[in-house]
Write a protein that binds this ligand. Sequence first.
Ligand SMILES: Cc1cc2nc3c(=O)[nH]c(=O)nc-3n(C[C@H](O)[C@H](O)[C@H](O)COP(=O)(O)OP(=O)(O)OC[C@H]3O[C@@H](n4cnc5c(N)ncnc54)[C@H](O)[C@@H]3O)c2cc1C
Length: 363
Amino acid sequence: MKSQSIAILGAGLLGRLLALELAKLGHQITVFERQAPQVKESAAYVAASMLAPLAESVATEANIVEMGYYSLNRWASIIETLQKEVYFQRQGSLLVWHHQDQSTAKHFSSQLQKMGLKLSHLPKPQYLNQQQLSALEPHLSKQFLEGIYLPEEGQIDNRELLDALLFETEELGVVYHWQTFIDLKTFAIDDYDEVIDCRGLGSKPDYAELRGVRGEVLRVYAPEVNLSRPTRLIHPKYPLYIAPKRDHVYVIGATEVESEDDSPISVRSTLELLSAAYTVHSGFAEARIIEANAQCRPSFKNNLPKIWRSHPHILHINGLYRHGFLIAPAIVDTVLEMLTNNSQSLAQQFEIPLLEMSHENIC
Ligand SMILES: Cc1cc2nc3c(=O)[nH]c(=O)nc-3n(C[C@H](O)[C@H](O)[C@H](O)COP(=O)(O)OP(=O)(O)OC[C@H]3O[C@@H](n4cnc5c(N)ncnc54)[C@H](O)[C@@H]3O)c2cc1C
């Protein structure tokens, strides 16, 4: 494919990763973003950025789990080539539950088994007794009698990643226009060979079927807590995950509310998240709350991603829901394969619907 002039709309997670991979192939990339470079009001900035495909089994389909495992390996190779350091860890993730919540844990475990049967090539969950749990996370073995370990799962630092992608892409000659709101109806499409819409929930004015799913998270500094891997509490009412970042910073989240309200976190959610976290590790009592955030996840009705064209030169990628970090490399590789080889083999492998241009897709 000869070098093309490509506009990317949105410098969130997808926009930056796509800019990197396309610039590496020698294309001239221009990115338009409505916010300043930190994109503080994007899903990418607020996310916990866990990379836990099997742990998501209860909330998703096999193709997302498949893309998640593919992406774990791809993240490793992408991050290795970045000049700025990005915290990326794949020491597995852990599921724990209080003794009284065994029936919820049984349900979770049967979902894991079903997924394991569908995707038998993936690493198997390991059921842990108290001693084995203690060997993995010594500070959890007092509160929990058992757990499930999901090998190879991990997490990434979303903000370090956004920053490193920006640095790298600028080095490769990508041009950014910050604080530039794009309305597709007036955008100069003809100035580019290809326009790729990565505006997440910002695309909603053009696609009414897109919806936001509110998520609330807390960032705490907890020097008394020593968790070395993402840990999920299975609970009938207050499920939560705790994602350890560098230097005793933990992201605790996340609520999931059918609402596009992105106003600050509610008192109820704060109380529920922190109380649940405290039952996982009492060291959270003395933690300091450094941030409390709410953002909406860009989602379609089935909570699965879509790639489609609304015009011969406009490609849209959207609907990454709560799985953006989990699956972004798989989605980006699928798009690259379509654009450079006109091939759909990854799209078929990952069962990503590639919607043809149709009347209702045209903006
Ligand atoms: C609370 C929370 C927790 C999450 N946790 C995880 C997790 O643990 N693991 C995981 O895999 N995923 C997680 N996610 C999901 C993940 O963050 C999203 O799936 C991902 O960020 C979507 O990427 P995107 O590039 O499509 O959208 P975004 O990252 O939101 O980027 C879209 C960008 O487009 C810009 N934009 C919008 N409209 C316009 C416009 N008109 N003109 C110009 N620019 C525009 C925005 O400012 C933004 O910068 C979480 C999300 C939330 C909210």
